[in-house]
Design a protein around this ligand. Sequence first.
Ligand code: NAD
Length: 490
Amino acid sequence: MTITVEQTLLARVPEALLIGGRWRPAAGGETLLVRDPATGAVLKEIASASVEDGRAALDAACDAFEDWASTPARVRSDILRRAFDLLMERKEDFALLMSLEMGKPLAEARGEVAYGGEFLRWFSEEAVRVAGRYGASPEGHGRMIVTQHPVGPCYLITPWNFPLAMATRKIAPALAAGCTVVIKPAELTPLTTLLLSRLLEDAGLPPGVLNVITTSRSGAVSEPIIRDPRLRKLSFTGSTPVGVRLLEQAAGGVLRTSMELGGNAPFVVFEDADLDKAVDGAMAAKFRNIGQACTAANRFIVHSAVVDEFTRRVTARVAELRVGRGADQGVEIGPLIDERAVDKAASLVADAVSRGASLRTGGHAIHGPGTFFEPTVVADVPPGSDILREEIFGPVLAIVPFDTEDQAVAIANDTDYGLVSYVYTESLTRGQRMIERLATGMMGLNMGVVSNAAAPFGGWKRSGLGREGGAEGIHEYLQTKYTLTPDPFV
Ligand code: NAD
């Protein structure tokens, strides 16, 4: 029975590229295979775009731009709102599809549909609230008019870990602002974006406004698009090294860029924290999405007065986590995305243990089929361990003790990244100090999850440029024009 539901769903996912309103195979007939990371089984064979297809997709976005930019904001808003309603109707399809291609537990996949859907609703509301300014020049000799305009055709590149939310977080503000787009999902999880594109067509999006290219040759297909002078905006979510390379490619055209890159989030537990809340927050901040989130807590920095108790309590919780295929009932930890991710988790744990860290639970790969890793706790991680410097991207919770507030801040800020931090304290003034002292674009103060469509999501330092969501999100896709006119009374 379950198999039939899954097969029926997979059969409804388009297997072609969407270019200029037409679903079509890749020009050279190339395809790529999408696999279930829990079993290694092939889920679907889909088109793999060539350089030529990439150019055709950009042609289509450029052709559609003028009409879409001049479409009334209310019409654009209504399409996004219909897309939100359709997504809520089709919630179970999207949750199951994400669980199949990415591996996340079904309950979390449902949470991602709710979160990802909010970007469609939020930006349907923001589309009609783009404001300008009108006022007298300070000298009184003229009138100054400030207006906002869609930036132009955009190229959106998304990662595999949140297949729906990373797509809606870019598509919704771009369309709301009046931009047309080419989107390239990750080759590991392209099915959700294909199904979402069909949904946007059903919501009434005109041909050419959204174009989709799936490909196994991301670099070769993307570079000519990014270097094309007609492209005006690049929005990327993914790893920092790839983001840096794309920024270099974007420099020639002085492209507007948004970069949502890697993280190395500190999770600081002070001696005055409510430990029940801190342990709950730790489980959410660490194990959501199998630890494969840019916002995942990477380093647990815990005061020496409570570190033993905190470690004991989280270890008990972690040891009980149910591991399995995400689409199966009751599973809390699915597979990692691929073999490389398993090897990385294993080597980070081995490095920490070889330097003297103590392994409290887990620590090893689980034999296949599928790419699973045991939920793990390592305590007393010594300074200099790789696990404190690198993004773990797996279900491994690493604990470092500290004694003073200054020490906690120094350890927390000792990273090139600055996406998010988590702080647990019952002291209001200490919480306020942390807001000012921790160098991250976002903070959870006694909260283990911060993502919200109404908030500006983004990082400091090597975690990125720009913000997605909130009142800020639409401005990533708008450009400002200032006009001076004479004083109308002279
Ligand atoms: P990745 O950088 O390997 O890939 C991201 C996307 O870029 C994929 O679509 C991939 O196909 C594409 N890509 C890879 N090489 C490319 C190239 N040379 N040219 C053009 N496109 C290319 O990252 P990933 O493994 O898919 O995702 C995990 C990373 O994403 C982690 O570092 C994570 O922290 C980060 N992430 C950040 C956020 C955020 O909002 N800051 C959100 C989710 C994930």
